[in-house]
Design a protein around this ligand. Structure first.
Ligand SMILES: C[S@@+](CC[C@H](N)C(=O)[O-])C[C@H]1O[C@@H](n2cnc3c(N)ncnc32)[C@H](O)[C@@H]1O
Length: 156
């Protein structure tokens, strides 16, 4: 991965569309796996930049809806199942699932959405080779990411 990639941060609004735009230099022309992709909305935004986007989702209903929308989604549990092959992984899941998933993801660049103020996660990320891309403390409205933090982990 090019270590001169430049990230631009949007001034205050962090919608799925803007998050995809922010990480676009990292995912450009790459195969990206959205781990915990729900029904694929974010995958749609990733597709504007990535060569290919694959989703993995534990929830059967969300995965089915996403597949019906035309997204390439594998229904599976990221804590136990084999990950789809990808160049870059994106993961934004609930706190209890996050570290176990990060521990078993392939040794590739990983973009991690999380919430600030979780010391255990902070500590864990610090031990990995992390770059924090943005911290958002914006008041929430629909689709905005409140208390959202975006991190980039280099391969181990
Ligand atoms: C916060 S949503 C993220 C949606 C999308 N990736 C985005 O960034 O907009 C988290 C999703 O992760 C899924 N998830 C949580 N734990 C999971 C696991 N162990 N394996 C697969 N999916 C999981 C949830 O079902 C949920 O749909």
């Amino acid at each position: 991965m090019d270590d001169k990639i430049k990230i631009k941060a949007a001034p205050f609004l962090y919608t799925p569309e803007i998050i995809a735009d922010i990480i676009s230099p990292i995912i450009k022309d790459k195969v990206v796996c959205d781990v915990g992709c729900r029904a694929g909305v974010f995958m749609g935004h990733l597709s504007k930049y990535a060569r290919e986007v694959i989703g993995m989702e534990r929830d059967k209903h969300a995965a089915t809806v996403g597949k019906e929308r035309g997204y390439n989604i594998i229904q599976g549990n990221a804590r136990t199942d084999v990950f789809p092959e990808a160049d870059v992984y994106y993961v934004w899941v609930d706190i209890p699932n996050l570290i176990p998933i990060l521990e078993r993801l392939p040794n590739k660049p990983i973009i991690v959405g999380t919430y600030p103020n979780y010391p255990k996660i902070k500590e864990y990320l610090k031990k990995r080779n992390v770059i924090t891309l943005l911290i958002s403390n914006v008041k929430n409205e629909s689709q905005q990411r409140k208390d959202f933090e975006l991190n980039f982990l280099w391969p181990k």
